[in-house]
Design a protein around this ligand. Structure first.
Ligand SMILES: [Zn+2]
Length: 229
């Protein structure tokens, strides 16, 4: 399985050609996209024909994770077929109303749900954020990738990531950060809990935690980089 970062910034992209949260996951049989923030569409279409993507999985509906779904609508109008979209179930799902049902096959999911998408097992886990948000585990061929979505640290997270070969984590904020994301020191907890590698993402445009990290199993995401899981 390989993970390619399409966009890594939040809550807005860094100046000069970067993008917000979006990740392309290629398994032996499936192509999945995790989140689709600002700038994701041009990065995805540079990699893949949209028709070859099996599903887009949205961890939650904050704009920095979903905004390029809107111009994607116009692209979808010009091509046959529907694109599968998985998103958290929520009361009065305002975002679902934006997804034209003629163009997208929407699946509302919640923690504990599982889906098999073209040979890849996708499992959904709880996250703690300001809106309904899901962690996503993708497993294939004995390897697994856990994406935390946006979340603060909570103790159960260490159970959810256990055994994951790679954890893609919303954990790039400065120490003492008060918002609904993890500070970079949580990378060490995630590494210990998973026993795998940790990639820190959802970078603030004005803060890079790299100088504070010196661990071969922890790295800060770079845009356009391919990671082998
Ligand atoms: Zn968010």
């Amino acid at each position: 399985m390989e993970l390619k970062t399409l966009g890594i910034y939040g809550p807005y992209p860094k100046a000069g050609g970067s993008a917000c949260s979006s990740y392309l996951v290629r398994t032996a049989s499936a192509k999945l996209v995790l989140d689709f923030g600002a700038g994701a569409l041009t990065r995805l279409t540079a990699e893949e024909d949209v028709g070859s993507v099996d599903a887009i999985i949205l961890s939650h509906t904050h704009f920095d994770h979903v905004s390029d779904m809107l111009p994607l609508t116009y692209l979808m109008e010009l091509r046959p077929g529907k694109l599968k979209v998985y998103l958290p179930k929520m009361k009065d799902n305002w975002y679902l109303k934006l997804l034209n049902s003629a163009l997208f096959e929407a699946h509302e999911v919640e923690a504990g749900d599982k889906a098999e998408i073209n040979g890849a097992l996708v499992e959904f886990f709880p996250a703690r954020h300001t809106v309904p948000t899901l962690g996503v585990k993708i497993s294939e061929g004995g390897k697994s990738l856990y994406y935390t979505g946006d979340t603060v640290w909570f103790d159960e997270l260490s159970e959810y990531v256990r055994g994951a070969d790679t954890v893609l984590a919303d954990a790039a904020k400065p120490l003492g950060f008060k918002g609904p994301h993890m500070s970079y020191d949580k990378a060490f907890l995630l590494k210990e809990a998973s026993g795998g590698k940790v990639i820190l993402t959802h970078l603030s445009p004005d803060f890079d935690p790299s100088p504070a990290l010196d661990d071969k199993d922890i790295e800060v995401a770079k845009e356009g980089k391919v990671y082998f899981v």
